[in-house]
Design a protein around this ligand. Sequence first.
Ligand code: PMT
Length: 399
Amino acid sequence: MEMLKDKRIILGVSGSIAAYKAVDMASKLTQAGALVDVVMTEGALEFVTPLSFRSVTHRLVLIKLFDADSELSLEHVALAERVDAVVVAPATANLMAKVANGLADDLLTCILLAVQAPVIVAPAMDGHMYDNPATQENLSKLRARGFILVGPVHGRLASGLVGMGRLAEVDEIIATIKQALGRKGDLAGRRIVVTAGGTREPIDPVRHIGNRSSGKMGYAVAEAARDRGGEVVLVTSPTSLPDPVGMRVVKAETALEMRGEVLKAVAKADVLLMASAVADYRPKEASDTKIKKNAETITLTLVRTPDILSEVQGDLVKVGFAAESDNLVENAQKKLKEKHLDLIVANDVTAAGSGFASDTNQVVLIERMGKVEQLPLMPKGEVAHRILDRVAMLLSKRA
Ligand code: PMT
C-alpha cells in the first residue's frame, strides 16, 4: 500500500532560494505516484521556472489567479476542494503573514483560504526574519488553526550565517505529508508501540555485546503505522537511521533499558510490535574501566536478560518477530506460544536479501489462531504494511 499513490497534492512554492528544493520534492512525490499540481507565487518565479516543475510532474503549473490560458486557475475553489493535501514549501515569512491574516491576493493564498484538506507548511527564511515576533505570532496563528508546520531547521542559511530558518529536509516534509494523509487510516487513534534495532550490552566503557540489527525493519513498521493514522512510540536501540518524524522516539541502549521503556509505553497502548533484536544474555558485570590486554584468555560471565514480550500483559495485540536460521516456522510457532503472542513474524535471516540490514525481507506471518502465510521477498516498507493489515484485522475482531 503506497500512501501517495493517486493522491492529489497541491505544492505551493513561494519566493525563497530554497524553492529549488521544491523541484526535488515535486519529483519524489510524482515518483511515489502522487498527482502534483504546482502553484507558484510571483516571487517563486524569480528563483525557479515553471518548466522545472512541469518537467518532473508532467502536469500544469499554475501561477496567476486570473489567467485566461488556464481554466484551472479560475477555479481555485474547485481546485482546493479536490485535493487530498496542500503543501507549501518553501513558505516565506511574507506568505505566512498573508495566510495568518486571511489575505488572498494570488492563486496560492486563495487556495489556502478555501482549502479543507490538510495543509503542511514548511517555512524557510533568514534567521532574523524567523526570530521576529511578527513571524512567530503568525506561525502560532497558523498552528492554532490546524496548519501542520514542519521545520524550519537550524543550519547554514543562504546569507552564509548559521541559524534557524533552513527548509526542513525534503524527506521529512514528505513523511509529514504521508502522516497527514493517513489521519483517517485504519489505525487512526490506535496507540502503537514499536521496538527496533539491536541492544548493546556493555562489557566495559569501550566495548559491548551487540547484534546485526540495523533497525530498518522496526523503523519501517513504525513509519507504516504512523502513515495509517497510528499514534506511534518507537523504542529504539542505537541505529544509524535518522529519527522518523511524526512519532515519539525513545532511546534504549540495553535490554534492561528497553524493558523499562517498553513497560512504560505499553501501559496506554493498543498494540506492541517488537522488531528489535534484544540480547538474551548480558555481561553479569560491566567493568568501570577499559579491560587491559594482559591475560591470554579472559572469561565473561553472562546472565539471562528478562524476556520483555513475555512480561507484557494486558488487553493489547502483541506481535513478535523471530529471527531464525533453521526450522523457521516450527521455532517461530514455539515462540508465539511461549510469549503468548497474537502474531509472530518469522524471519529467515539466512535467505538472500532477507533479515539483518537489507532493504528487503522475506517473512512468514503466523497467527495464534493458526493461519500461516508465506510472503515473497519484498521491501521492508511493504512487509510492514502486510503485518499491519493483520494487526488492523486483529484489532477490529477485538472491537
Ligand atoms: O533491524 P534489521 O536489520 O532491519 O533486521 C530485522 C530483524 C532481522 C532484526 C527483525 O526482522 C527480526 O527478526 N527481529 C527479531 C530478532 C530477534 O531477536 O528475535 P528472537 O527470536 O531473539 O526474539 C523473539 C521476539 O522476542 C522478538 O520480537 C524480540 O524482540 C523479543 N524478545 C527477545 C529477547 C528478549 N529478552 N525479550 C524480548 O521481548
